[in-house]
Design a protein around this ligand. Sequence first.
Ligand code: SF4
Ligand code: SF4
Length: 172
Amino acid sequence: MRVLEPLIGLVKGLWVTLKTMFEKPVTVQYPEKKKPVKTRFRGRHTLKRYENGLEKCIGCALCAAACPADAIFVESAENSDEKRFSPGERYASTYDINMLRCIYCGFCEDACPTEAIVLGDQYELSFTDRKQAFYPKELLLEPISGQGKLTPQVTDPGMFTRSVPEMKDPQD
Ligand code: SF4
Ligand code: SF4
């Protein structure tokens, strides 16, 4: 019986190989094909806009205060109707995220009063230089869509005095 043991093991192994040969491959041909991420996935941040192109970020720096990794740096400046970036008094003149520090906890997203910063589904983050890991506002801002215009905009006096205006969200 002991003589047959190696043979039984061999047959079992070959059976596993044979079964696997006819299974559907699980390999994803990345980067040509990408698997959809889960709904709660937290990837690279995006700074959102309203449908008219105004930036949702009002430069309040609550996200920076909430960040446990000290990854966000915000500087704000005054808006005017002749040069308006966002609704309300102030906008983020500087907004940087150090992706090497970020732990993708989502606290910044939770802290934001205008839903400006959102952790999206982008996961292709690779750097060959530490400087590339600094994402400035220009890289984080989402592109203009539909009827939206680039910022700064010239707006009607008194039209966007509230920091959180009643405006349609492009995603709605
Ligand atoms: S996801 Fe977390 S660690 Fe990353 S920037 Fe936001 S608060 Fe900071
Ligand atoms: S992203 Fe939100 S919390 Fe951060 S500065 Fe802009 S408005 Fe404030």
